[in-house]
Design a protein around this ligand. Structure first.
Ligand code: ADP
Ligand code: MG
Length: 773
């Protein structure tokens, strides 16, 4: 119910959101419209401004056109007239003011004086005006007179012209008459001569009068011509001014027409814009209406939705309220439940505690039992175990048939190995066999139990046995990238010690020594060439110790690396050919772990001896002489002694010949008692090494096959074959002596053999004898 209510609430919220969105949209549209109408108004304004500009332009043009002299003059006169009118108005205004002031009673004599002055000035001005007016009238009169006179002169001119014409006519008539009379008088010579004489006298007078009248006539004619010229010029001026006036008028008309057109255009534009605006507004309005309608519809839908939701909401509210009540009561219930649960839990914890305690007690008991069983198992298995490791074929093995692989393995049994020797397959069974592909890690895993047991106070020896080049050093030291048992063992010890640090204090120290030609040298000492002696502890404990053997306390992997490096450098500086030297000497790394249980005060000491033995290969009896022979004899002796000791130990002989070699003597306390020993027999798989491989594997099998349990007389009688004996019996495959030893067969970790087992083992040995020829 809560969920559905929440859902409904969500839906409601969504709808409200939608409504809000639509309202916002509407508002946005309204805003849009407003802005659009504002825009249109702005446009109208700009058009108006443009119109004004055009009108101004027209008036400017007009003023420019009025630039002709007459118009300018006229305009100037009009302006002057206007100015004068203004002046007059001002003067009249002043006058009125003065009059008003005059009428206003004034006691101030300064004002009165001023008034009087002003009146005086006024009267003066009036007088001046009167005079100017009179002068103007006079001038007008004069102008009138002059015009009258001009008219008179014109009239007189006309009269005189007429007179002259008459006179001319009269004179010409008299001239004709006189000529006629002359002619008649000619006919009457005397009389005529007199008459001629009088006429001649009279004609000179007439001639003079004629000349005078002619010159006067000419002057008048000139005057008339001048007047005519003036008239003509004036007419021309009038005509030109009329022409310009007509032109101006035409231009004005043109401008007016243009103005009219512009105005019309503007009006049209405005009309169009108005229409457009109206149209846009209408459109927007209709759109808004449509949207509004949609919104309304939506709203109506929402409303109906809401209406349908309401009953559901009511039931939900009801449910919610009941739930709320339940929730309110919930803490109490919860507390109650919690209280009871807590009680139950504490009870359960108590139970678990007690069972735990019981279990722990049982576990401890089991642990002790297991340890006992383990020790028993180890005891039964034998404290001495033998592993085999086959190295891979390397480049050093060369190529061809010599480098062919001669070693094969059993897919079902990791303890079995087959060697093809001279065309025959010989099988060997050890405690475990590592094939070439086995990693350092895998090898170490099989070894690590031994290593950790030295923390518990056990002494441990791990030997690498085998011919030179079979991988002893690789297994013990390894490479920097892939370290061997030595480094891994120390790392493991460090981590084990760290994990026990809560209860135990441990100290780990290391020594490194070398046995060469039966002399012991300290590889970590300041004088490595010094020969060390092995001595019995003077405390009468029967323990051995080597006075002067350097012991380094190590706490980390770095410390170990330093120790190894130091030992290596010492070994290298002491020999001309390290490889050869190392193959003819035994290298020992002795790790001592001393522990103190802080609660009980119990002290433990465990020793881990990691030995890289000298090469087990046989040196040809003939040919070897001098130092090489001596070396070979020493190696042979010490390896035989090691075999003897292991044999004696495993067969529990009363006497163990530890003193037969430096190596066994030094390791005496790490080989006897509860000590654990591992022999790692290294072999090469190459065809060319098969005879050495065979020897090594025989050695391994012999060490392994020494039985535990009650010591038999025969076993007691038997002795470990020397290296020479191994070589002698090589042709037989298995030394003859071993055939006499019971329990010689290849069973792994078995106890005292039963009769049945014995016969089975005899058969297997016989089989081996047959295969090896
Ligand atoms: P040894 O010490 O017995 O004389 P080395 O340990 O020096 O023999 O080994 C001889 C060569 O074989 C070395 O180059 C070594 O790296 C190589 N070798 C030995 N065992 C292995 C192995 N398991 N895997 C790879 N290389 C090995
Ligand atoms: Mg080596």
């Amino acid at each position: 119910v809560m969920a559905s209510m929440a859902h409904l609430q969500e839906e409601k919220l969504q709808l409200q959101e939608e409504l809000l969105r639509l309202q916002e949209k509407l508002a946005a549209q309204e805003n849009d419209e407003l802005s659009r109408s504002l825009q249109l108004q702005g446009q109208v304004e700009t058009l108006k401004a443009k119109l004004l500009e055009q009108a101004q332009e027209i008036s400017r043009l007009r003023s420019e056109l009025g630039g002709t002299d007459t118009e300018k003059h006229r305009d100037l006169l009009a302006a002057e007239n206007e100015r004068l009118r203004q002046d007059m108005k001002v003067c009249e205004g002043e006058l009125r003011e003065l009059r008003r002031q005059q009428q206003a009673p004034c006691q101030d004599c300064a004002h009165l004086q001023e008034n009087a002055k002003l009146q005086e000035r006024l009267s003066q001005l009036q007088q001046e005006a009167e005079e100017t007016r009179a002068k103007l009238v006079e001038l007008n009169l004069e102008v009138q007179q002059k015009t009258n006179r001009l008219a008179e002169v014109e009239l007189r001119l006309k009269d005189s012209l007429a007179e002259r014409a008459q006179e001319e006519e009269r004179l010409s008539r008299r001239l004709r008459d006189s000529q006629e009379t002359i002619a008649s008088l000619k006919s009457q010579p005397q009389q005529v001569k007199y008459i001629i004489k009088t006429v001649e006298v009279e004609s000179a007078k007439a001639k003079q009068a004629l000349c005078e009248s002619q010159s006067r006539n000419q002057y008048l004619q000139e005057q008339v011509g001048m007047q005519r010229q003036v008239l003509k010029e004036m007419e021309q001026q009038l005509q030109s001014s009329q022409k310009t006036a007509a032109q101006l008028r035409a231009q004005i008309m043109m401008y007016e027409a243009e103005l009219e057109r512009a105005h019309g255009q503007m009006l049209e534009d405005m009309q169009a814009m108005e229409e457009e605006k109206n149209h846009a507004i209408e459109e927007a309005f209709s759109r808004a209406q449509v949207e509004m309608k949609a919104v309304h519809e939506n709203l109506a839908g929402v409303r109906t939705n809401l209406l349908t939701l309401q009953p559901a909401l009511r039931t939900l509210t009801h449910d919610y309220n009941s739930l709320k009540r339940q929730v309110r009561d919930f803490p109490l219930l919860l507390q109650e439940a919690l209280r009871s649960a807590r009680a139950e839990i504490s009870q359960a914890i108590e139970d678990v505690h007690s069972t735990n305690r019981e279990l722990l007690r049982k576990y401890r008991r089991e642990l002790q039992l297991r340890k006992k069983c383990h020790n028993e198992l180890v005891r039964l298995k034998g404290n001495i175990r033998v592993f085999g490791r086959v190295r891979p074929i390397t480049k050093e093995d060369g190529e061809g048939p010599e480098a062919a692989n001669a070693v094969t393995f059993d897919a079902d049994d990791d303890a079995v190995l087959h060697l093809l020797h001279k065309g025959k397959q010989v099988s060997f069974e050890l405690d475990k066999v590592f094939p070439p592909q086995a990693s350092q890690e895998e090898v170490f895993q099989e070894v690590q139990a031994l290593v950790t047991s030295c923390i518990d106070g056990y002494n441990v020896c791990i030997f690498a046995y085998g011919q030179t080049g079979a991988g002893k050093t690789y297994t013990m030291e390894g490479t920097a990238a892939n370290p061997g048992i030595n480094q891994r063992a120390l790392q493991l010890l460090f981590s084990e010690v760290r994990s026990k640090a809560a209860d135990w204090d441990y100290a780990i120290s290391v020594s490194a020594a070398e046995i060469y030609n039966e002399s012991l040298r300290d590889l970590l000492g300041k004088e490595p060439q010094e020969k060390l002696e092995i001595k019995l502890c003077p405390d009468g404990s029967g323990q051995l110790y080597v006075p002067g053997l350097t012991e380094f306390r190590v706490q980390s992997v770095e410390d170990i690396n330093k120790v190894f490096e130091f030992g290596y450098v010492n070994r290298a500086t002491e020999s001309t050919n390290l490889n050869e030297h190392s193959s003819r000497s035994h290298a020992l790394l002795i790790v001592t772990v001393r522990g103190l249980d802080r609660s009980t005060g119990l002290r433990t000491t465990g020793k881990l001896n990691l030995v890289d033995l000298a090469g087990s290969e046989r040196v040809g009896r003939s040919g070897a002489e001098g130092s090489r022979l001596r070396e070979a004899q020493h190696i042979n002796k010490s390896l035989s002694a090691l075999g003897d000791v292991i044999y004696a130990l495993r067969s529990r002989q009363g006497h163990v010949p530890f003193r037969n070699s430096k190596l066994t003597y030094l390791l005496q306390d790490s080989l006897s008692g509860d000590s654990k020993t591992l022999m790692m027999v290294q072999v090469s798989p190459a065809e060319k090494n098969t005879s050495e491989t065979l020897c090594s594997l025989k050695f391994a099998e012999r060490v392994r096959s020494v039985e535990l349990g009650p010591v038999s007389r025969k076993a007691e009688l038997a002795s470990w074959p020397s290296q020479e004996q191994l070589e002698v019996t090589e042709g037989l495959g298995v030394p003859f002596l071993f055939l006499l030893t019971p329990g010689i067969a290849s069973g792994r970790g078995h106890t005292s053999p039963s009769l049945g087992q014995l016969s089975g083992r005899a058969a297997s040995i016989r089989r081996k004898l047959q295969t090896s020829g």
